[in-house]
Design a protein around this ligand. Structure first.
Ligand SMILES: C=CC1=C(C)c2cc3[nH]c(cc4nc(cc5[nH]c(cc1n2)c(C)c5CCC(=O)O)C(CCC(=O)O)=C4C)c(C)c3C=C
Ligand SMILES: [Fe+2]
Length: 486
């Protein structure tokens, strides 16, 4: 029901628990001091970034069916021997303790919830998908007094942005490949876990399109999962991606008696894992060989951007993690004797605010001017092909690079179902199992639900729409949106 109402752009009232509660539920027994006290999600984020695993939630592969529905009730195998030691120096996880000596008993029903962004499957889906995205307070971060404008603004921006987005999705076949690829990854991780004698029900929960995270959670509840690992499919943590999905989980879990008692472990970022770093290095090394002079190729890491305020005001660890990630990949390449020059830039900015710099399009032009002739683009913030690799990098940036004087262009594919990568994610899941804890035990949740007053909502919506129009059609905003959004 929730998913349907979101898709239709209807009021999403149950996802409005005050954000300051996140820090209580999600964690961090230590190091949760706020850098900026007035920003509601800061302590949550700092808590998140201060530790490697959190306490929380879940989701399914098909809309209502976990991929292993057929194995329900079967006796689970012993997992003791499956716990690999954390990869030296890179793996951030250190929780091989209590669960190691236990067995996966017949009663134990492990769930793995993969979190992802979701994407429109048809061109008709584009505007409602964009509405869901812009209605997310972790994507458009309005100051508290203006939060009632969120949905009217989302409606307006999604309608204005949809034509441009549709052109992009039309160019890659009429829809996002994200659901199909995520389902394939889910199956692959399930198989990799099975090969380690760990039977797991895998669920996919998308933030902005089907199958929604809320549906996945309901399925987890129906399946009576007894222990859950949450794995966001983003290597680095950002408020706008993993943070946003975790907020949904927190809100839903804290209000439900069964879910709030379910032991949950959240792997909030995993870019330091050796398996990920080595898999990225493998892809880069292989792609370099397609150039006539591999040593002379500039390795161009292109990450999805976020607004600067996320990092500088809200304390998003995304930029630091991204830089650390690039460092680790380059170290791995150097260890293999690959000493190419490299650079990092940020792509896909939207709207009239400052985003992380340098911008990919500007750097491409500069590199062309400086005489760089060969360039290998490496998408690094996401592990599936999607509109920003298939359209923005492969079409727009490639054309711009060639126009700017770069003669040889290549692009590393997204990791997708690369077996070394999938095996490593499976290891991460196994390593996370012992640290699963229930929210109820860690948060002191009251189970309180916000009151929904339809009259108040209607007044806010009306007032908000008027104000949104006034703001957006003021001359300054109009010019900014015309240049940056549309
Ligand atoms: C780590 C990855 C991503 C970050 C960080 C991120 C932040 C972010 N994105 C927008 C706006 C849009 N994102 C859109 C699609 C989209 N974004 C990501 C990844 C990250 N976004 C993915 C995987 C996708 C889905 C792609 C697909 O194949 O469907 C879109 C829609 C597409 C378009 O119109 O360009 C928008 C809009 C913001 C504002 C933001 C940070 C605040
Ligand atoms: Fe995005």
């Amino acid at each position: 029901m929730e998913a349907a109402s979101i898709a239709a752009g209807l009021p999403q009232t149950r996802l409005t628990v005050a954000s300051h509660k996140l820090s209580r539920f999600f964690l961090a027994p230590s190091n949760s001091s706020s850098k900026v006290g007035s920003v509601t999600s800061v302590s949550f984020l700092e808590s998140l970034s201060a530790q490697t695993s959190l306490v929380l939630t879940a989701s399914p592969i098909e809309k209502a069916a976990p991929i292993d529905a057929g194995s329900r009730g079967r006796k689970r195998n012993v997992v003791a021997q499956s716990f690999a030691a954390p990869s030296a120096g890179i793996c951030p996880f250190d929780r091989t303790s209590s669960f190691q000596s236990q067995s996966q008993t017949a009663e134990e029903k492990i769930g793995l919830l993969l979190l992802n962004l979701g994407g429109p499957e048809t061109l008709q889906d584009v505007q409602p998908f964009l509405f869901n995205l812009f209605a997310d307070p972790d994507i458009i971060r309005l100051p508290r007094p203006f939060q009632f404008l969120q949905k009217p603004l989302a409606q307006l921006i999604s309608v204005l942005r949809a034509p441009k987005s549709k052109v992009g999705y039309a160019a890659i076949g009429g829809g996002s490949p994200l659901r199909k690829i995520t389902d394939e990854q889910a199956h692959a991780i399930k198989d990799a876990l099975q090969a380690k004698d760990v039977s797991v029900n895998v669920y996919v929960g998308m933030r902005y399109w089907y199958p929604f995270t809320e549906e996945a959670i309901q399925q987890i509840k129906k399946d009576r999962i007894t222990r859950l690992v949450v794995l966001p499919l983003y290597p680095q943590f950002s408020i706008s991606t993993t943070g946003s999905s975790l907020r949904i989980l927190e809100n839903t879990f804290s209000k439900d008696a069964y879910l709030s008692r379910l032991p949950v472990s959240v792997i909030e970022s995993w870019y330091k894992r050796q398996g990920y770093v080595k898999s990225m290095a493998d892809l880069i090394e292989k792609e370099l060989q397609t150039f006539s002079k591999p040593d002379e190729v500039m390795i161009f890491f292109s990450a999805h951007g976020v607004p600067v305020s996320y990092v500088e005001v809200a304390g998003d660890p995304y930029k630091d993690q991204m830089e650390d990630c690039i460092y680790l990949i380059m170290q791995e390449l150097k260890a293999r004797g690959v000493y190419n020059d490299h650079t990092l830039a940020y792509q896909s900015r939207v709207g009239p605010v400052q985003w992380l710099k340098p911008y990919t399009d500007e750097v491409l032009v500069e590199l062309g001017k400086k005489g760089v002739k060969s360039l290998l683009a490496v998408p690094v913030s996401f592990v599936s092909e999607h509109i920003e690799t298939l359209e923005e990098i492969d079409m727009e940036y490639r054309e711009l690079a060639l126009e700017s004087g770069i003669e040889s262009w290549g692009r590393v594919p997204a990791l997708g179902c690369t077996s070394s990568f999938i095996t490593d994610l499976a290891d991460a899941v196994v390593e996370a199992l012992p640290s699963a804890k229930a929210i109820a035990a860690s948060s002191g949740s009251t189970g309180e639900i916000d009151n929904y007053d339809p009259f108040r909502y209607a007044i806010k919506l009306l007032f908000g729409s008027v104000l949104a129009c006034v703001l957006l059609f003021s001359p300054k905003m109009f010019v900014a949106f015309r240049n940056q959004l549309l």
